[in-house]
Design a protein around this ligand. Structure first.
Ligand code: AMP
Length: 280
């Protein structure tokens, strides 16, 4: 597996692969890889000749009071995992390699970025879209893999690729969970033992919501109320949002009809966790 820190190294390798006619799959990550990331890399491995994993804690998607400095990192472990599942190249740039001494250009997707996580993280998705655009341009991939765990991010990247005519297929992959249902996340490492137990409340509440929708409930307010009640029963939790939105423009819905994203963001202690389900 090639370990590249420079954009020029990745571009040179991509040029060779393209010349040889290989297809390329890209998996953008912020590192501290777990089985959720691994599922994306394995899928990319199955569907492409060459697989590039980017491993970069992207500073411009963190707000001033967020966890950029403390975000967990373990590049050696990430390399081992990537190599063991057959990635061909891991791209691990320093922030200065990506953004230089000065950086003035941003990519954003209006409307879809404004609700859900965008409300409490106003610059987040512009940071994501900008780094993803850069990675698309560097890797020239045929396919890029994103988890439904970050459902808003996936919808925004899909929209960006469509609106801006990217020649790249965006592949959405299912949420990988711990045995008790907690969605795997690099941020789960922030939870102490008591908080870790409490964190299962997100999955419990969403499971109830999903059952209601599957049973034919059409009133979004009732689903929000049921999910909210379950989450609030956990004393360590504090809700950021519980929302049902259409899974295209991510606008709140009153009536459940068509593809609906039900998404929650909840603080467990100081750790903000997200989870969701999609009803087609
Ligand atoms: P991150 O490193 O958190 O930026 O995540 C990188 C990619 O992995 C994103 O597309 C995430 O949606 C995806 N991902 C993270 N956690 C999971 C999970 N539990 N299941 C599936 N995909 C995930």
């Amino acid at each position: 597996m090639i370990v590249a820190e420079k954009i020029s190294e990745v571009k040179a390798q991509v040029r060779e692969w393209k010349k040889a006619g290989y297809s390329i799959g890209l998996v953008p990550t912020m590192g501290y890889l777990h089985e959720g990331h691994a599922s994306l890399i394995k899928r990319a491995r199955q569907e492409n000749d060459k697989v590039i994993v980017s491993d970069f804690v992207n500073p411009i998607q963190f707000g001033p009071n967020e966890d950029l400095a403390t975000y967990p990192r373990d590049f050696d472990a990430d390399c081992k995992l990537c190599e063991s599942i057959g990635a061909d190249l891991i791209f691990h740039p320093e922030p200065v390699e990506m953004y230089g001494d000065a950086f003035f250009s941003y990519v954003g997707v209006n409307t879809l970025s404004e609700g859900l996580c965008g409300k409490s993280r106003p610059i987040h998705f512009n940071g994501v879209c900008t780094v993803v655009t850069k990675l698309f341009n560097i890797a020239e991939a045929d396919r890029a893999y994103f988890g439904q765990k970050d459902a808003q991010q996936l919808a925004i990247v899909r929209r960006m690729a469509k609106d801006l005519n990217y020649n790249i297929e965006i592949v959405g992959c299912p949420i990988i969970r711990e045995e008790d249902g907690l969605a795997k996340s690099s941020r789960n490492t922030y939870l102490n033992a008591e908080e870790r137990k409490a964190a299962v409340i997100l999955h419990k509440a969403l499971t109830k919501g999903e059952e209601m929708v599957k049973a034919g409930e059409k009133d979004a307010k009732k689903v929000v109320a049921a999910i909210t009640e379950i989450i609030e029963s956990e004393p360590l939790s504090k809700i950021d949002y519980v929302e049902l939105v259409d899974y295209e423009k991510l606008q709140p819905v009153e009536t459940i009809d068509g593809p609906i994203l039900t998404a929650v963001a909840v603080y467990i202690g100081k750790t903000r966790l997200i989870d969701n389900f999609i009803a087609e």
